[in-house]
Design a protein around this ligand. Structure first.
Ligand code: HEM
Length: 465
């Protein structure tokens, strides 16, 4: 069994250990303090100015012109990790603003964006595009200057494409949701470890708390309606979140060419920015043993490395697809590449630690076993219910909006994916939306349907000695 928690340092709390090893802070997958608001080195003044004026530049369709006539800045003057994160946020906003901020999407990203962005992406081992980390995790400030990130009324996005409250609220609901669930993470790690020692108190505590956390997350998700206008979201915000993969109908048949100057460059097909890249939701899935298979590429689709967005034969040697490890990866597996590296490593380690599902599936003689099993089943049901709420949100913000759309002249994701009956709607990763989300919900419920008896012949590592 791989040890997530090193037993040789007993004085170290679970929270301290996951923070040190996986950068999971007291705010969960958010940083331990509010992200840097600006790069103060005057060398980066142009980036900050473009980021600040982005909504206006996009509205007036001036961004491409200004970027094209500016100079290429280096990442060499970035000092701290906070500065690297801030630069990544600025550059992913500029990249998506540049691609989608015109009458037609731009098939080429210029060196002014690609050269620093590729360095930043390499630094974080993240794809060079708008990820959940760039849009949400590292892009918020508190209004009261305090460290409570769990109240969306106390939060504001540092950068947006549109300068609207709707867009800020859309990102801030996710920030609050991440912060609000942070406390349950060490408890769940302890609960999984407790399966090995049959420590029922720890298992029950973890499961009781995860049920509360998911219910709170559900309540927070419903607050999306308070300040994020569905029509504005669909028409003005969502188009900027679109990726470059599966965007043939939107005018990007080959993806986007990352022009690095001097005749260098490469075509890349990357997913768009999505809350589906949240490590928190996958954390809940992993600890509950929810397995997802939806959103895999069809066999005929050319394979693209999820990290670089390049065809696998051109991609770097570390590409999981070209290495043959992950043929036809499903959506949830693919988006791992869009999460900060320590967080995806955390999820991997967690999955190898032990399994509450396996424990709940294998009857034990102890009196408290049934209570753990029932709590486990309730936790999976609560996760499925959260996904029901998510489907209602997506219906309101995307499916209903798509039905209202007239055929427009602007080529972008929103228009390109609007079938009149909404049946061919795609997610930001080009996934077939409604069926995929329902499958994800059903897989959550399914995890909780543990058999009453172990299947004959199946041995369990948890069997009583
Ligand atoms: C207006 C609000 C929201 C809209 C319109 C929306 C839309 C979508 C869409 C279109 C997808 C399909 C995949 C993709 O396109 O990448 C998706 C997936 C997903 N979203 Fe959201 N989303 C919203 C809010 C949230 C929030 C706040 C969370 C929580 C962090 C969240 C978590 C997820 C997850 C985990 C998936 C993957 C599918 C699953 O595991 O069920 N979404 N969402």
């Amino acid at each position: 069994m791989p040890a997530l928690i090193e037993t040789c340092v007993p004085a170290t709390s679970t929270q301290e250990t996951i923070s040190r090893k996986y950068d999971v802070t007291q705010n969960g997958f958010l940083p331990s303090s509010a992200p840097l608001r600006r790069l103060t080195d005057p060398y980066y003044a142009l980036w900050e100015l473009l980021a600040e004026k982005l909504p206006e530049l996009l509205e007036r369709k001036l961004l491409r012109y200004i970027v094209d006539s500016s100079q290429v800045l280096s990442t060499d003057r970035l000092q701290s990790e906070e500065e690297w994160r801030r630069a990544y946020v600025v550059l992913v906003f500029l990249a998506h603003g540049y691609i989608w901020g015109g009458d037609r999407p731009s098939e080429v990203l210029p060196p002014q964006i690609t050269v620093p962005l590729l360095k930043l992406a390499e630094h974080f081992d993240l794809p060079p595009c708008a990820t959940y980390a760039g849009l949400v995790l590292w892009n918020f400030e508190t209004l009261n200057n305090d460290s409570d990130f769990s109240d969306p009324d106390n939060l504001r996005a540092i950068n947006t494409f549109t300068g609207t409250e709707s867009e800020s609220w859309f990102y801030m609901i996710s920030v609050a949701l991440e912060a609000q669930s942070a406390w349950v993470m060490p408890l769940m790690v302890d609960a999984i470890e407790a399966t090995h020692s049959r420590d029922y108190a720890k298992m029950k505590k973890g499961l009781e708390q995860i049920i509360i956390a998911i219910k709170k997350m559900d309540e927070l998700l419903k607050r999306m309606y308070e300040k994020c206008d569905p029509a504005l979201f669909y028409d003005k915000i969502r188009p900027f979140l679109a990726g470059s993969a599966n965007m043939e109908a939107a005018g990007l048949p080959n993806g986007v060419f990352y022009d690095e100057g001097d005749g260098k460059g490469s075509w890349r097909k990357l997913m768009g920015g999505s809350n589906g890249q949240s490590s928190l939701i996958q954390f809940f899935d992993v600890v509950l043993g929810v397995e997802h298979t939806g959103g895999a590429d069809k066999a005929s689709v050319p394979k693209v490395c999820p990290v670089s967005g390049m065809a696998t034969e051109e991609s770097t040697s570390g590409c999981p697809v070209s290495a043959g490890k992950e043929k036809n990866m499903g959506y949830h597996e693919k988006v791992r590449a869009y999460m900060p590296e320590p967080h995806r490593r955390f999820l991997r380690s967690l999955a190898r630690m032990g399994s509450l599902q396996a424990f709940a599936s294998t009857p034990q003689p102890d009196a408290e076993f049934e209570q753990v099993k029932e709590l486990y089943q309730l936790a999976c049901k609560t996760m499925g219910d959260f996904r029901c709420t998510h489907i209602q949100v997506v219906t309101k913000y995307i499916i209903i909006q798509a039905r209202k759309q007239p055929v427009g002249e602007t080529l972008n994701l929103a228009k390109a994916s609007s079938a009149s009956d909404g049946s061919d709607l795609k997610g930001t990763g080009g996934t077939s939306l409604a069926a995929f989300l329902k499958q994800s919900r059903d897989e959550s419920y399914e995890a909780g349907r543990v058999p009453d008896q172990p299947a004959p012949g199946v041995s369990s590592e948890y069997a009583v000695m």
